[in-house]
Ligand binder design. Structure first.
Ligand code: ACO
Length: 429
């Protein structure tokens, strides 16, 4: 039996044999790239539910089994034993670093922690209450202007340098979004601090006082960064790849990813979860919201529940749920919102509607609770996600640039509009 699928056009009797490609893991993929040439038809797959948009060796996830691997390493092991910066190295380079490689990489990230001084003025164009995701995407697109001609995206060294610039600068850009909104002075990075600590320092320190974040908080944040670093061909990553396929400036590609992540069906869900829990207010109100989520005439959905790919359990959610418990214990926190979240989860997981549709809490159901415990304002949650995901975006950008099959991404469509018709002058309509 050959590794192919035969597609027969019953209208004409013509047929085409499409090769079936097998990856390391996951469903085999039918190569339909010759379909239009041979049969004159396209495929239609709204939401890309069954379309593989690329070949990738970075991240693998199995939604039915709840598996997530980065470069082959299970997320559970990375979460327990690795650090965010080590994971960044792994995503970019394909292998874990030795001690020297790690020291060099961390040094390089620190060398890129500053931004051009003029960029700081860019923030002043935004109102004090502008959403930080709007600011972040704008500022990131602005960074493209500093590296427009100087970056040769065909040069592997330039690409790696760009990746380090993106990961190195993003905490600085993100912290300034918050400082601008709060009317606080911008804080320069302090490169004696590690990556995550440096971000907290730029976010929360006062120029007049010494700043020492709690090690528990730093560990929790590092964990969240690990869990959000990459997630295969999700909406924002696919956006980055599509922009990159047009050979757009890589900072502009990341800005496009930031805009997509902002949506509440994607990264914006962490903010939406906290808003929902605030609205629920008390455990007694939960049944009302569960009923609303099930009502087809009500657009309300339980935020932080459901996932396009995970139909068993989001493995990141399991790790993060434990981290929420640990953090509450270690920091001696007693958040009423935490109680509502746990009660909501319990009720939903036992409800036929959610069981039938395989709707489980996703990573964002819990991440907001940790951010809240770390005193990160709600509107900054998706910025935190973007910061962590920048590693995945830029690793996927690098992979696309190195792909021998590299072509501009250009999906087709099924046209459902008007037939060809003649233009009528306005006076005659
Ligand atoms: N609450 C209530 N019902 C839901 C929910 C939810 N959160 N999610 C899905 N459903 C229902 C749908 O109404 C649909 O029901 P039906 O079959 O009776 O029509 C069924 O479950 C399937 O839902 P789809 O929308 O087809 O699933 P899809 O895979 O397209 O959407 C998504 C996935 C966008 C994540 C969806 O579950 C959702 O909107 N969740 C809430 C937002 C959220 O938490 N997003 C974060 C995703 S994770 C991330 O980006 C990091």
């Amino acid at each position: 039996m050959s590794d192919s699928v035969t597609i027969i056009d019953n209208r004409t009797g013509k047929q085409i044999e499409c090769p079936v490609l097998t990856g390391k893991y996951g469903a085999p993929v039918i190569d339909t790239s010759r379909l239009y040439k041979e049969l004159g038809v396209f495929t239609l797959d709204p939401g890309f539910g069954t379309t593989a948009s690329c070949k990738s060796a970075i991240t693998y996830l199995d939604g039915d089994e709840g598996i997530l691997l980065h470069r082959g390493y299970p997320i559970e092991q990375l979460a327990e034993k690795s650090t965010y910066t080590e994971l960044c190295y792994l995503l970019l380079n394909g292998e874990l670093p030795d001690q020297n490689q790690m020291a060099d990489f961390e040094h390089d990230l620190k060398m890129h922690s500053m931004t051009h001084e003029h960029l700081s003025r860019f923030y002043n164009g935004y109102r004090y209450d502008a959403h930080p995701m709007s600011i972040m995407s704008g500022v990131f697109a602005a960074i493209a202007s500093y590296y427009h001609d100087a970056t040769d995206i065909r040069n592997p060294e330039h690409r790696l340098m760009t990746a380090k610039r993106v990961i190195g600068k993003i905490p600085n850009v993100a912290a300034k979004c918050y400082r601008h909104a709060s009317g606080l002075p911008f804080v320069y990075p302090d490169n004696s601090r590690d990556y995550v600590e440096n971000f907290m320092y730029m976010m929360f320190s006062w120029p007049s006082e010494e700043y020492k974040p709690s090690p528990v908080a730093l560990r929790a944040l590092d964990l969240l960064f690990i869990l959000h670093a990459d997630h295969e061909q999700n909406a924002s990553t696919s956006t980055v790849r599509l922009a990159a396929s047009a050979e757009a400036n890589p900072f502009a590609c990341v800005a496009a990813g930031i805009c997509t992540l902002w949506g509440k069906a994607h990264g914006g869900a962490n903010e939406a979860v906290i808003n929902m829990l605030t609205e629920i207010e008390r455990p007694e109100n939960i049944p009302k919201y569960i009923a609303r989520a099930k009502d087809k005439d009500d657009p309300f959905r339980l935020m932080g529940f459901g996932h396009r790919v995970y139909k068993n359990y989001d493995p990141r959610a399991r790790i993060i749920q434990q981290a929420v418990y640990d953090l509450m214990d270690e920091m001696n926190l007693n958040q009423p919102m935490f109680e509502i979240a746990m009660e909501l989860e319990k009720i939903a997981l036992n409800d036929e509607y959610f069981i039938e549709r395989k709707l489980y809490p996703n990573v964002d159901f819990y991440s907001g609770l940790i951010y809240q415990a770390l005193r990160i304002p709600t509107e900054m949650f998706t910025v935190m996600f973007a910061m962590a995901r920048s590693a995945g975006w830029i690793a996927q950008w690098m992979e696309l640039m190195e792909d021998p099959d590299f072509r501009i991404g250009r999906p087709r469509q099924l046209y459902t509009g008007q037939e060809k018709r003649d233009y009528v002058q306005i006076k005659d309509r």
